[in-house]
Design a protein around this ligand. Structure first.
Ligand code: NAP
Ligand code: MG
Length: 515
């Protein structure tokens, strides 16, 4: 029987035992600081002539690890390895492929605290957020294994006399996986093991900010017994080897998650026919958002307040699902604004490894510069209500920041900032609030706070986002529960953690036998 999927439960850190386990895991992870991480090609650990440092954003002086950097020659070797391995892997049965995923999920459960510690230290996620990242990775493994087993079952076809007919799913070939840093384990795992369980082989290029967590993933896949060459891990610059792999004539599909700018570039480059190319590449590009929460005059404002804070400032606003616009009915605007500012000013900021800090640092200096630049833009476009500063020179800690009365067309209301910067926008009624919410190039997540059934029904129909939430926060989508992915410039329409996701990485073959 195919197992039923269940979501991994969050860890309760108020439990002394869990807390102590986490403290020990953080200590152990710090003892590993400065370790070197090799590329993995054909199952072999490979060093190159160049390496780069991954730093702890909570304390940029600390080097979490050094990753060897692949050049195009090594990327080519990884491609060759994936091509050769595909000839065997495509014939491994779905049951066996799924077994590797179930085992990897069990191993991630076993090493949960260590993985969480790695994310706390390499990403600057607080304990709860890092624990959620690991839980989601476990979910992707279990969920896609289960879905693959369902897809391997005999598919229903209409019967006709005199023929025996069958339809089944075969893999595509070599997939290039290009992942972002903001869910260094969950997104990387899901994007890789979905295609893998369908019989494709992989060249994986993780984000340069988070090579150490990518290495932990590879170690687990290796321990789970996934044969060498099925996943080839190459660290290196997106614009160099990332681009090289996307343009490669033997790349069959690209699975990308990241910014709109890079995603659109990949869509364009991936569509160019290369010499010797035999197929049209499939390109999945999951990109950014400019997500809005509508707070209606008929809403539970206390609930709305705490969920706006969580959606906008959880993980420092560095989630694709983060709220960056709150659209508030004018009759409650001033009250809501005052309460929101008061709550925001009490947020604790500091090193992610300290359990009591709600907000940690931004990911790197470039993110800090971008944030400060948008604070300047905001001061021309509206009034700053709180925040706006870098906490200490040389650090990556910035304050949660709110701007008042932003025009729906302003840059602050249109561009993805990817930091803790929230714009308040006034609406005269619910219809106008919906109009403002939809006034963006993106269409990823959205929330509505209202107790009015008619208004929720209107939003259900007209709020054009891939993930719409009523009376809850816009972040924390669960695998299998809230299949995730957006419209328009937010992506090409994959729903990660949904029933149809695996169909992106296979093709259906129909076989008909006359009797
Ligand atoms: P990014 O800068 O676009 O980078 C994503 C990946 O693309 C990285 O591995 C990067 O490598 C690589 N890359 C960069 N330039 C490339 C090129 N020219 N050719 C091929 N690959 C290239 O995004 P990020 O900063 O990591 O992540 C944040 C963004 O991801 C936000 O926009 C966020 O909204 C989006 N996101 C979307 C979703 C979703 O499900 N829709 C989920 C999470 C995040 P390097 O690291 O080496 O530059
Ligand atoms: Mg780093």
């Amino acid at each position: 029987m195919i197992p039923e999927f269940r979501n991994e439960a969050p860890t309760d850190f108020s439990d002394e035992q869990n807390k102590n386990l986490m403290l020990k895991a953080i200590k152990d992870a710090k003892n590993e600081f400065g370790r070197e991480y090799e590329l993995v090609i054909e199952g072999w650990k490979v060093k190159s002539s160049d390496k780069f440092a991954s730093i702890n954003p909570s304390n940029p002086k600390q080097v979490v690890g050094y990753a060897y950097k692949a050049d195009q020659g090594l990327a080519e070797q990884a491609m060759k390895s994936a091509l050769t391995t595909f000839e065997e892997w495509k014939n491994v049965s779905p049951e066996i492929r799924a077994r590797y995923l179930y085992k990897a999920a069990a191993l991630m459960r076993k090493y949960k605290a260590d993985l969480t510690a790695a994310i706390i230290l390499e990403n600057g996620k607080n304990w709860t957020e890092a624990d959620g990242d690991v839980a989601e990775a476990i979910d992707f493994l279990d969920f896609y294994a289960t879905r693959a087993l369902h897809l391997a079952e005999r598919q229903p076809l209409t019967r006709i006399t005199g023929e025996n007919n069958e339809l089944y799913y075969i893999p595509l070939g070599v997939g290039v996986i290009i992942s972002p840093w903001n869910f260094p384990l969950a997104i990387l795992t899901g994007m890789t093991v979905g295609p893998l369980v369908m019989g494709n082989t992989i060249v994986l290029k993780p984000a340069s900010n988070t090579p150490v967590v990518a290495a932990k993933f590879m170690e687990i896949m290796d321990e789970a017994g996934v044969p060498g060459g099925v996943i080839n891990l190459v660290y290196g610059s997106g614009s160099d080897i990332g681009h090289y792999l996307v343009s490669h004539p033997r790349t069959r599909f690209v699975n990308f998650t990241g910014s709109k700018e890079v995603g659109l570039f990949i869509v364009e480059e991936g569509s160019k026919m290369q010499k010797g190319q035999e197929w049209i590449k499939r390109i999945n590009a999951e990109m950014g958002g400019k997500n809005a929460i509508i707070v209606d005059c008929e809403a539970n404002l206390d609930a709305a307040l705490s969920c706006v804070i969580a959606s906008a400032f959880g993980y420092q606003g560095q989630k694709c699902s983060a709220c960056s616009r709150v659209i508030i009915d004018e009759s409650i605007y001033d009250y809501f604004k005052e309460q929101l500012v008061e709550k925001t000013e009490s947020i604790k900021i500091g090193p992610a490894e300290d359990q009591h800090n709600y907000m940690g640092p931004l990911i790197d200096q470039a993110a800090v510069d971008k944030f400060l630049n948008y604070v300047e833009v905001g001061q021309k476009e509206g009034k700053i209500l709180c925040g706006g500063h870098l906490l200490d020179k040389g650090s990556y800690y910035v304050e949660p920041t709110i701007f008042d009365n932003i025009d729906p067309e302003a840059r602050l209301a249109q561009e993805e900032i990817f930091g803790p910067l929230l714009s308040l926008i006034k609406a005269k009624d619910f219809d106008q609030a919906l109009e403002i919410a939809n006034n963006t190039d993106y269409g990823l997540t959205g929330s509505v706070y209202s107790n009015n059934w008619n208004k929720l029904e209107k939003a259900r129909r007209d709020f054009y986002v891939g993930n719409l939430y009523f009376n809850r926060k816009s972040t924390s989508a669960l695998v299998g529960v809230h299949p995730f992915g957006g419209y328009n410039m937010s992506g090409t329409g994959a729903k990660a953690g949904g029933n149809d996701y695996l169909l992106l990485f296979c093709q259906a073959k129909s076989v008909s036998e006359e009797l």
